[in-house]
Design a protein around this ligand. Structure first.
Ligand SMILES: CC(C)(COP(=O)(O)OP(=O)(O)OC[C@H]1O[C@@H](n2cnc3c(N)ncnc32)[C@H](O)[C@@H]1OP(=O)(O)O)[C@@H](O)C(=O)NCCC(=O)NCCS
Length: 330
């Protein structure tokens, strides 16, 4: 059986910044509240006319270049997103056209866990010998679905995209993966209207049912339980323990969640990658963006073990243990 390893990584953040000071002029909130409760200082917003596929394509181009490849080398595309450009066609189809890829592409949707699910999809495709070079993108423009009069949610999210190139390899770069779903928690975090269950009508839009709805405290409790559990399972599947983790890269939703799970796993806080202060919760993009930060900072070295851990609506969760095999920044 072939293994899969990361050979390229790229990122894209839209230029427009929305600071906590900006939000203070929009809703009844404060920089102090947002920083203390979430760790977020600012976030990026997709420009007018800039869609999730644009963010994804920009990150994809960067990842392909970083791998030293061209679009002709990519033989499968997986896009993790929960804010697709349209109900259909898939965002992967649009990214494929924007990049000039000739391979098949598919969307994977597991809310903020989408990147980990997409990585799993790409890994098993390579391991099965069905592809040798897969572009995996996590991209979201969730601010398009946020009610900017609802202070409970509008301070949290930002837009962005991150991508990796996964290639067949002799040694495993992607080691153990653990995934999970529990649909009994579906109501805790949802965009109720806009799908087949509740098509958008003027009445539903007036009620704001097309916006993100979240019971924040329930999501918090779920996250601090699910992240350590899924990480431990993925580590066990890799024959490792938390002592072997060089970098814990959790989905960036709340700094307090990151601190709590680090303590529960017995991982020192300086080993936990956090960029939430600068970009907020970028959903499917947050994990590859955080790995990209680590990579470009020069702190990621061949042989390092990363635990990439997601959680989100569904409810969904998942962890992928990665042995970094790639050289320094090109
Ligand atoms: C959303 C979250 C930051 C809220 O923090 P919290 O400490 O749980 O705060 P609460 O929801 O208990 O609200 C406390 C108070 O702050 C208020 N509040 C909420 N948002 C506020 C804001 N942006 N500014 C000021 N006050 C705010 C609430 O109205 C509440 O006021 P009340 O006590 O008068 O009713 C936190 O629950 C969280 O991060 N949950 C996880 C969310 C998440 O990860 N989502 C993404 C999953 S992928």
């Amino acid at each position: 059986m072939k293994h899969a390893a990361i050979t390229g990584i790229g990122a894209y953040l839209p230029e427009r910044r929305l600071t906590n000071a900006d939000l203070e002029t929009m809703v009844d909130t404060s920089d102090e509240w947002i920083r203390t409760r979430t760790g977020i200082g600012e976030r990026r917003l997709a420009a007018e006319g800039e869609a999730t596929s644009d963010l994804a394509a920009a990150a994809g181009v960067a990842a392909i270049a970083d791998a030293g490849l061209t679009v002709d080398d990519i033989d499968f595309l997986v896009v993790g997103t929960s804010s697709p450009d349209h109900v259909f066609p898939s965002t992967a189809s649009l990214v494929q056209a924007k990049l000039g890829l000739t391979c098949a592409g598919v969307d994977v949707m597991a809310a903020c866990t989408s990147f980990v699910f997409a990585l799993h999809h790409a890994t098993v495709t390579i391991e099965a010998g069905r592809a040798s070079t897969v572009l995996v993108i996590g991209a979201d423009a969730l601010t398009r679905h946020v009610d900017f009069t609802d202070r409970r949610t509008c301070v949290l999210f930002g837009d962005g995209a991150g991508a990796v190139v996964l290639q067949a390899a002799d040694e495993p770069g992607i080691m153990g993966i653990d995934l999970g779903s529990d649909g009994t928690g579906a109501d805790v975090l949802t965009i109720p209207a806009g799908g087949s269950a509740m098509p958008c009508t003027p009445e539903r839009v007036a009620e704001g049912l097309h916006h993100v709805r979240m019971v924040g405290s329930e999501v918090f409790k779920f996250a601090v339980r699910a992240i350590p559990e899924t990480t431990e399972r993925a580590l066990a599947a890799s024959g490792l323990t938390s002592d072997d983790v060089t970098w814990l890269v959790p989905h960036q939703a709340n700094q307090r969640i990151l601190d709590t799970v680090a303590d529960r796993l017995g991982i020192a806080h300086e080993r936990v990658v956090s960029h939430i202060e600068w970009v907020g919760n970028t959903s499917s993009a947050s994990i590859p963006l955080a790995v990209h930060d680590l990579y470009t900072s020069g702190n990621l070295r061949p042989g390092d073990v990363l635990a990439l851990v997601g959680f989100g609506a569904g409810l969904t969760w998942g962890a992928a243990i990665v042995r970094w095999t790639k050289g320094p920044v090109r």
